[in-house]
Design a protein around this ligand. Structure first.
Ligand SMILES: [Zn+2]
Length: 314
């Protein structure tokens, strides 16, 4: 016999970035508690769903859908016991505001339950910046450079393909530099030398030439090489579709295919690639979507029950 749990009205409190507030929804069967990191998530941010089981529910019987179509992958929760699960949803920077519903479905004593968790994607507030002094050869690449850029795009695309289905890391992110000073925000719209427009896909941190750069977490190095735009670049796969990358280094200290530990030295900062000065360009990808590294840092802090990124700033 199958019953569908009655739909409910849930009053949701808007969670203010960067501090997360949980919405606890204890409706439906009491065996399962669901938490989302916020009723609203901005474009470029990551939504976290946690499923905490009060009683034993067969793992294979839990599924999460978005609306009527997409299924969200569930993974074992690293900080909760009793078969708790979590899922992450990265929202594309170019996503327009929309409303959708996470549908958590499970069976208990052969009864089918469904809990609807509405969420809204809202417009993030991202600044605009003008950048001058970039070498013209990097703004308007030559024909040979275009061939190189196309070749590197394929290599980068391939590096992002082999998604490992388990978590390769065992803790929250650490900051890739010892001292953290943000010099370029994720999501800012940039105008290079008044002509080339792009959206900043990562977070820039002050890192004078030769500053040691460390792996945010453990994982497998998928790419460690010199790229036209990114300069000396390291891409780390952390498992479950999570990647972090580090660009513009003067020196690489790891090789493609190598396993790295959290905090391991990956190289020294520099000004290689399309840059005006030495710094670290740090990116984070979640399931193919390039998201805000700082907000993702806070999502992981929530998942691992540790401190959010604000502890690094005065
Ligand atoms: Zn950057």
């Amino acid at each position: 016999m199958k019953l569908i749990a009655a739909s409910v009205i849930v009053f949701l409190i808007i969670a203010a970035y960067p501090s997360f507030q949980y919405q606890r929804m204890l409706v439906g069967a009491p065996a399962l508690e669901t938490r989302v990191s916020g009723a609203q998530v901005a474009n470029g941010e990551t939504l976290l769903l946690e499923i905490i089981q009060a009683d034993t529910v067969a793992l294979g019987h839990i599924a999460v859908g978005i609306g009527d179509t997409t299924a969200l992958r569930l993974y074992p929760h690293p900080a909760e016991e009793d078969d708790a699960l979590f899922a992450m949803l990265g929202i594309d920077y170019y996503a327009r505001p929309y409303e959708d519903t996470l549908r958590v479905m499970w069976t208990e004593d052969d009864i089918f339950y469904e809990r609807a968790i509405p969420f809204a994607v809202v417009s993030g507030t991202y600044p605009s910046t003008r950048i001058t002094g970039v070498p013209q050869s990097r703004v308007t690449p030559s024909a040979a450079d275009y061939r190189r850029i196309a070749r590197e795009r394929r290599q980068i695309g391939a590096a992002y393909i082999s998604v490992r289905d388990s978590l390769l890391m065992d803790g929250p992110f650490r900051m890739p530099t010892e001292k953290v000073t943000i010099t370029g925000e994720y999501g800012s719209r940039r105008v290079f030398n008044g002509q080339l427009r792009s959206v900043h896909s990562g977070l820039d941190m002050r890192a004078y030439a030769g500053t040691p750069l460390y792996a945010a977490q453990s994982g497998r190095v998928k790419l460690a090489k010199n790229l036209f735009y990114s300069g000396n670049h390291v891409l780390i796969e952390h498992g479950m579709g999570i990647y972090s990358s580090y660009s513009h280094m003067s020196k690489l200290e790891v090789k493609t295919g190598e396993w790295v530990e959290e905090g391991q030295l990956m190289g020294l900062s520099g000004a290689t690639g399309r840059v005006t000065a030495a710094h670290l360009h740090w990116t984070v990808n979640v399931n193919g979507v390039r998201v805000s590294p700082l907000q993702f840092y806070d999502v992981l802090a929530t998942l691992y029950r540790t401190e959010d990124s604000s502890q690094h700033f005065e």
